[in-house]
Design a protein around this ligand. Structure first.
Ligand code: FES
Length: 206
């Protein structure tokens, strides 16, 4: 049987690769150059892989400056997950409808899938990785555990980031007010009652 040249790995085109991976992120996201707590030098950036149209940016993420080159079309979500390997922030709908990708920008919650990374130069970005640690949970993380506010866990980081931001927003005291402000975060498992209980616990005890 004759080999099909198009199926040979050596003939894998860039387009075919992207179709295979099924990820627009792979097209848009460019490799990062620094590790947590360590900034890349300008020379490091200049010597990185050449990506047509990529621009240098510095993002301050969880208190650390990260110097990157990114395609200007890269969303903040793809930049976090694909470039920086901060995969605690989840991609659900990728259309601003589920809240799984919620992060904080300058203390306010943002759907990272609806925002371009290049828009956040110099801004303070916080992801779930920057909120607490397994040994020192943020009170909201601890409350989600105590109140069983997660089931499959996929939406949990977005729920928690939204809930933490909610603490600084105008919100009435009752559960209905909390539900209204959390309505942008969808939980497929339906753990809403427990999520609201966790949030109310933190509101009343901090
Ligand atoms: S992935 Fe961003 S809102 Fe759903």
């Amino acid at each position: 049987m004759r080999d099909d040249p198009q199926s040979s790995p050596s003939h894998l085109t860039r387009r075919a690769f992207l179709q295979t991976t099924g990820s627009t992120a792979a097209a848009a996201v460019i490799a990062g150059y620094s590790t947590p707590g360590q900034s890349a030098s300008p020379a490091d950036i200049a010597d990185g892989p050449h990506i047509e149209g990529a621009v240098p940016i510095t993002l301050r993420i969880n208190g650390t400056d990260r110097q990157l080159r990114v395609d200007p079309r890269t969303t903040l979500l793809d930049c976090l997950r694909e470039t920086l390997a901060l995969t605690g922030t989840k991609k659900g709908c990728d259309h601003g409808q589920c809240g799984a990708c919620t992060v904080h920008v300058n203390g306010r919650r943002v759907n990272a899938c609806l925002s371009l990374a290049v828009m956040h130069e110099g801004e303070e970005i916080t992801t779930i990785e920057g909120l607490g640690t397994p040994d020192a949970l943020h009170p909201m993380q601890a409350a989600f555990v105590a109140h069983d506010g997660y089931q499959c866990g996929y939406c949990t980081s977005g729920q928690i980031m939204s809930a933490v931001a909610l603490l600084k927003e105008p919100c009435g005291p009752d559960d209905a007010a909390v539900k209204e402000l959390m309505s942008g975060n969808i939980c497929r498992c339906g753990a809403y009652t427990n999520i609201v209980a966790a949030i109310q616990h933190v509101r009343k005890n901090t």
